[in-house]
Design a protein around this ligand. Structure first.
Ligand code: SF4
Ligand code: SF4
Ligand code: SF4
Ligand code: FES
Length: 950
C-alpha cells in the first residue's frame, strides 16, 4: 500500500465554458479560458516546478520558480499567474529557465536548515522535491543573517509552527483567508524581516486561529506540521473514509502506519468538503484509542453491582435471554431499542430490522427524535420527501442566504467556510437568531444585512410575518406556484397569511423584531434571483418545530426558490448520520424510506423479504418508552451509540425510567452516562474500526472504511447480528455491502445505490433510482416528490409555547454548540479539544448580570420548573437581555436537568431551546450535581472492580 498522494494542479480549476487550445512543450492542450498555464501543463502530465502555488488557493506569483517562456513574448512570466490563450506556444524547460529556477532555489535553501534526513517532512516536502527537480547540488551563498534560530510556536496541541523552515510563500495565509475564511494569519514585516504571524504577532493558541488545518495542508515545508507526524513519522498508506462528527460529512484520507492513524487529511475529491476540514475531523480522532475505551463485554444483575467481564458469547446469550424473559413476563411490546445518528446506515438498518422482525414490535426510535424529526415531518408533508433539497455547492450560486436557528461556523464549520466564501463574493445575508452568532458580524469581511434577533420560541410568528410581506406586497412567484404547487392549498394559505395578525407590525410585540427590519429582510429574500434557506436545531427543537419547518417550506414555494441550484430549503443536520438514520427506518411508525408501517403494500414487502410477521401498529417514541418504563410496561432496552441519559430532556425523568427497567443493554465505545444505568455492556467500534456508510445533510451517502481492527473484536453490525441470532431471528450478512444491497432492493430511493458505485463515484446523493443514476444533487427539479407531484402549502398558526416566563422564572434559557466540542462530548472531551472548551458556561447579558450582581467566572445557579444546576457565568452581549445561553457538552453541567418535557406537537421533538429559568449567584454545585457526581464515581468504581476481576 502507498500513501496515494493527490495530484496538485498548482492553481484552481476555471469554471469558464469557453475552451482555449495552446501548445506546451510541443504538445497541444485544450483548457477552459482562465486556466493557468501551470494547470494546463499539469493536465497533460507536464509538472512545472512551483512553490508558492497550490490548487486549493488562488495563485500569488511570488516565488518565480514556475517561470516559462512564451514564443514571441517578453521575459519569463510565472506560469501560475499567466492564463492560457488561444495559440500560445509555451516552453517550460530550457537552460535559461533551469538557471533561473536553480538560482531561486539556491536563495531559498541558503536560509533553510539542511536537516532533511531528520526533518519530520522528509519525503513529504515540496521544498525538498523542488531542490531535486531543479537539480540543485550546492549552495554558493552563506548569508550572515538567517532565520535558522527563529523560535518555534508549540502552543497549538495539534500542530507545530517552526519559522526557521518558513519560505514565506504565503500559502498558509491565503489558505486561512480563502479556504477557511478566518484571516488569522498575515505576513508581517518586509523583505528579510517578513514572517508569518498569527493575528497580532501572537501565539497560535492566542490568535483567532480555529485550528482547521487548512494552513498545514497548504504549507509546502515542515514549518506547519502535525505533531502526530513529528512524533510518529510519516504515514505509509492511506484509506479514504468519512468524518464521524457533524452532518457536513467531510471526506478524509486516514493516513496510517500499520494500524495507527498518523493523521487525518481532508480529501480533495471529497464532494462535501473539497479538501477542507475543521478541528474535530482533522485532529480530534484520539478518542478512538483513548484509555477509557471498553473492549470487553460486561454484564451485571443490578446497577448496584460491579461489572463482570465475560465472553462475547455469554454477553450476547445473557442479553437475548433477558429480553426474552421480559417479553414473556410483560408482553411482546415491553422491549425496544434506540439507534443513533452516530451509527452507520447499515447498523441502523439491521437494528430496526431486529426490533421489527426479531422483537416483533415497532418500538424503535432514534436520536433524530430529539433533533430533526420536525424536518422529516414538515418537509415530507410539503415537498413529499424528508430531506434537504440541495447539495452544499449550491450555496455558491445563492444571492441571498437566510440562516435561521443555526450557527454554521460552530456547528457545520466546513460548510460555513463555503458559505462565507459566497458571502465575501457579495451574496446578502439575513440571520434570524436570538443570539449574535459569528456570522452576524464576528467573521472577518462578513456582516449580516439583517439580524432578526427574535425572542426564543417565536419562530413561527417571524416566518409568518416574512410570508405576510411577500404575499401582501405581491412578491410571490406566481408562475411557480401555479405550475408546481397545489393551487387550492396556496389560496387557503394566502388568505391566512395575509391576515393582519401575521403582519410584521402585529408580530413585533411577539418576536421583538422591529417591523421595518422584518419587512426589509422579506423583500431582500423574495426579490433575490436565488435565495436559499439554511436552518438548524434553533428551528426544530421547539413546541412548534414542525410548524416552523412547514413555514419555511411555504416561504420557499411562494417565492419559487426550489428546484434549481442556488436556492432551496436546507436543514443543517447536527450529527454525522442524522439523515441516514432517519432514511433507514428508525422511527417507530416508518419502514426504511419513510413508508408507514400500516401501509399494506410496504408491510407485505417487508414481511416477505424479512420472513417475519410484522406489526402494523406504530411503536413507542423515546419519551413514550420512558413513560412506559415508569408504568412498568416497557422493561428492556437495547441502546446503540446513543447517550440518552445525557442528551435527552428532563434528565431526572430519563434516569428514573432507566432505573425502572429490568434490562438495559448499551452498545458503545465508552461507559457513557446511559451505560451507568445498564446491565449489559456490549463494546462498540469507532468509525475507524468499521465498514459502512454515512449520509450527510445533503443526502450524500459516503463510505466509512475500516482502517484498523475493531478493538473489541467486532464491528457494531456484527454485534447486532449476533444478538438477532441469539434472539432466534436469523441474520447472516458477511459484509455491510450485503446490508446495503438489501436496503437498495427494498427502498426505491436507494435502488441504484451499491458499494461498487459508492467506491467508483466517491459518494452518491439519494434519490438514486436505478443502476444508471449517479444520484440527485438537487431535488424537486421538475415535480415535487408528493404523490401528485405538487408542493403543498399548509397553514402555520402561531401558538405560544406553554413554557412561559413568570416572576419566578423570568429568563429564557436557550442552548447551542461550540466548534471544538461535539454533542454530548463523549468523543471530543477525550481529545485535546478541551484546550478550547473545558467546561460549559452560561452566557448572560450584562443587564441581567448587573441586576444579579454577577460577573464572568461567578458560579450561577440556574433553576427551571424541571430542576436546577450550576454553571460558571460568561457575561456577553451576544445574548439579548432576558435570554441566557449555554452549550451542553459536559454531563456534569446538567443542561438537561433544567430542560422541560415540552415537545413539538407533531413529532415530540423536545423544546430544548426554550426553558424559563431564574439565575442566582451561588457558591456550590446543585443538589443534582452532587448526586450525579456521587453516582458517577460509584459507577466508575464498579467498572474498575469489574476490570480488575476480569
Ligand atoms: S489552522 Fe485554520 S484558522 Fe488556524 S491559521 Fe491555519 S488556516 Fe487559519
Ligand atoms: S508557513 Fe509554510 S505556507 Fe506559510 S509562508 Fe511559511 S512555508 Fe509558506
Ligand atoms: S465540518 Fe463536520 S464533518 Fe467536516 S471535519 Fe468538521 S466535524 Fe467533521
Ligand atoms: S509557483 Fe508560480 S510564482 Fe511561485
Amino acid at each position: 500500500m502507498s500513501i496515494n498522494k493527490e495530484q496538485d494542479f498548482g492553481t484552481p480549476a476555471s469554471a469558464a465554458s469557453q475552451l482555449v487550445t495552446l501548445e506546451i512543450d510541443g504538445f497541444q492542450v485544450t483548457a477552459p479560458a482562465g486556466t493557468s498555464i501551470m494547470r494546463a501543463a499539469a493536465s497533460i502530465g507536464i509538472e512545472i516546478p512551483k512553490l508558492c502555488a497550490t490548487d486549493s488557493i488562488e495563485p500569488f506569483g511570488s516565488c518565480r520558480l514556475c517561470v516559462v517562456q512564451i514564443e514571441g513574448g517578453r521575459g519569463m512570466p510565472a506560469s501560475c499567474t499567466t492564463p492560457v490563450s488561444e495559440g500560445l506556444k509555451v516552453v517550460t524547460q530550457n537552460q535559461k529557465l533551469a538557471d533561473v529556477r536553480r538560482g531561486v532555489m539556491e536563495l531559498y535553501i541558503s536560509d533553510h536548515p539542511l536537516d532533511c534526513l531528520t526533518c519530520s517532512a522528509n519525503g513529504d516536502c515540496e521544498l525538498q522535491d523542488m531542490a531535486g527537480a531543479v537539480g540543485l547540488r550546492e549552495v554558493r551563498y552563506n548569508p550572515v543573517e538567517t532565520h535558522l534560530n527563529a523560535a518555534k510556536d508549540e502552543s497549538n496541541p495539534y500542530f507545530s509552527f517552526d519559522p526557521s523552515k518558513c519560505i514565506v510563500c504565503s500559502r498558509c495565509v491565503r489558505a486561512c483567508e480563502e479556504t477557511q475564511g478566518t484571516f488569522a494569519l498575515t505576513i508581517d514585516g518586509r523583505g528579510f524581516d517578513s514572517k508569518v504571524s498569527p493575528s497580532q504577532n501572537q501565539a497560535f493558541m492566542d490568535s483567532e486561529c480555529v485550528s482547521c488545518g487548512a494552513c498545514i495542508q497548504a504549507c509546502p515545508t515542515a514549518t506547519l506540521m502535525e505533531k502526530s507526524v513529528i512524533d510518529h513519522g510519516q504515514p505509509e498508506h492511506s484509506i479514504v473514509t468519512t468524518c464521524a462528527y457533524c452532518g457536513v460529512g467531510c471526506s478524509f484520507r486516514a493516513e496510517m502506519k500499520g494500524e495507527q492513524v498518523i493523521r487525518m487529511v481532508p480529501h480533495k475529491d471529497g464532494k462535501a468538503n473539497h479538501g477542507h476540514s475543521c478541528v474535530k475531523g482533522r485532529f480530534a480522532f484520539g478518542y478512538a484509542t483513548h484509555k477509557d475505551r471498553i473492549t470487553k463485554p460486561m454484564i451485571r444483575a443490578s446497577i448496584k453491582d460491579a461489572w463482570r467481564e465475560v465472553s462475547w458469547e455469554e454477553a450476547i446469550n445473557h442479553a437475548a435471554s433477558e429480553l426474552k424473559r421480559i417479553q414473556a413476563k410483560y408482553g411482546k411490546d415491553s422491549i425496544g431499542g434506540i439507534t443513533s445518528s452516530r451509527c452507520t446506515n447499515e447498523e441502523v438498518y439491521i437494528m430496526q430490522k431486529l426490533i421489527r422482525a426479531g422483537f416483533g414490535n415497532n418500538n424503535v426510535d432514534t436520536c433524530a427524535r430529539v433533533c430533526h424529526s420536525p424536518t422529516g415531518y414538515g418537509l415530507k408533508q410539503t415537498f413529499g420527501e424528508s430531506s434537504g433539497t440541495q447539495d452544499f455547492d449550491s450555496v455558491m450560486k445563492a444571492d441571498v442566504i437566510l440562516v435561521i436557528g443555526a450557527n454554521p461556523t460552530d456547528g457545520h464549520p466546513v460548510f460555513a467556510s463555503m458559505m462565507k466564501k459566497r458571502l465575501r463574493q457579495g451574496a446578502k445575508l439575513i440571520v434570524a437568531d436570538p443570539r449574535e452568532i459569528d456570522l452576524v458580524k464576528n467573521s472577518p469581511h462578513i456582516k449580516a444585512d439583517y439580524h432578526l434577533k427574535l425572542r426564543p420560541s417565536t419562530n413561527v410568528a417571524l416566518i409568518n410575518a416574512l410570508a405576510h410581506v411577500i404575499v401582501t406586497e405581491q412578491l410571490m412567484d406566481e408562475d411557480f406556484v401555479n405550475e408546481r404547487c397545489e393551487v387550492a392549498s396556496f389560496a387557503k394559505w394566502e388568505t391566512f397569511i395575509a391576515q393582519e395578525h401575521n403582519s410584521p407590525e402585529a408580530t413585533e410585540s411577539i418576536t421583538g423584531v422591529p417591523a421595518a427590519d422584518l419587512r426589509a429582510a422579506a423583500r431582500l429574500y423574495a426579490k433575490a434571483d436565488n435565495a436559499a434557506i439554511y436552518y438548524g436545531l434553533g428551528v426544530t427543537e421547539h413546541s412548534q418545530g414542525s410548524t416552523t419547518v412547514i413555514g419555511i417550506a411555504n416561504l420557499a414555494m411562494a417565492t419559487g426558490n426550489l428546484g434549481r441550484v442556488g436556492v432551496g430549503v436546507n436543514p443543517l443536520r447536527g450529527q454525522n448520520n442524522v439523515q441516514g438514520s432517519c432514511d433507514m427506518g428508525s422511527f417507530p411508525h416508518e419502514f426504511p424510506g419513510y413508508r408507514h408501517v400500516s401501509d399494506n403494500e410496504t408491510h407485505k414487502l417487508f414481511e416477505n423479504a424479512w420472513h417475519a410477521d410484522l406489526s402494523s401498529e406504530p411503536g413507542l417514541r423515546i419519551p413514550n418508552m420512558f413513560d412506559a418504563a415508569l408504568d412498568k410496561s416497557f422493561m428492556g432496552l437495547y441502546c446503540e451509540g446513543e447517550d440518552i441519559a445525557q442528551s435527552d430532556p428532563d434528565i431526572q425523568h430519563v434516569h428514573a425510567a432507566l432505573r425502572a427497567m429490568e434490562c438495559v443493554i448499551v452498545q458503545d465505545i465508552f461507559l457513557n452516562e446511559t451505560a451507568k444505568f445498564a446491565h449489559v455492556f456490549l463494546p462498540g467500534a469507532s468509525f475507524l474500526e468499521k465498514n459502512g456508510t454515512f449520509t450527510n445533510a445533503e443526502r450524500r451517502i459516503s463510505p466509512v472504511r475500516k482502517v484498523m481492527s475493531p478493538l473489541a473484536g467486532y464491528q457494531d453490525w456484527e454485534v447486532t447480528q449476533m444478538l438477532a441470532n441469539a434472539m432466534g431471528y436469523p441474520m447472516n450478512y458477511s459484509h455491510p455491502s450485503e446490508i446495503m444491497a438489501e436496503i437498495a432492493s427494498l427502498t426505491p430511493t436507494f435502488a441504484g445505490v451499491s458499494y461498487e458505485k459508492i467506491d467508483r463515484l466517491g459518494s452518491i446523493q439519494w434519490p438514486c433510482y436505478d443502476e444508471e443514476s449517479e444520484g440527485t444533487p438537487i431535488m424537486h427539479e421538475q415535480t415535487f416528490m408528493r404523490d401528485n407531484g405538487k408542493g403543498l402549502f399548509m397553514l402555520t398558526q402561531y401558538v405560544a409555547t406553554h413554557e412561559k416566563i413568570t416572576p419566578k422564572f423570568p429568563l429564557i434559557l436557550t442552548t447551542g454548540r461550540i466548534l471544538s466540542q461535539y454533542n454530548v462530548g463523549a468523543q471530543t472531551r477525550r481529545t485535546d479539544n478541551v484546550a478550547w472548551h473545558a467546561e460549559d458556561r452560561l452566557e448572560i447579558h450584562p443587564h441581567d448580570a448587573e441586576d444579579r450582581g454577577l460577573k464572568t467566572g461567578d458560579w450561577v445557579g440556574i433553576k427551571s420548573r424541571a430542576g436546577e444546576t450550576v454553571l460558571r457565568a460568561l457575561i456577553s452581549e451576544r445574548v439579548q437581555p432576558g435570554v441566557v445561553y449555554t452549550t451542553f457538552h459536559f454531563p456534569e453541567s446538567g443542561a438537561n436537568v433544567i430542560t422541560t418535557d415540552n415537545s413539538d406537537w407533531a413529532t415530540n421533538c423536545p423544546e430544548y431551546k426554550v426553558t424559563a429559568v431564574q439565575i442566582t449567584k451561588v457558591s456550590q454545585p446543585s443538589e443534582w450535581q452532587e448526586k450525579y457526581h456521587a453516582f458517577s464515581e460509584t459507577q466508575l468504581d464498579l467498572l474498575e472492580q469489574g476490570i480488575n476481576n476480569g
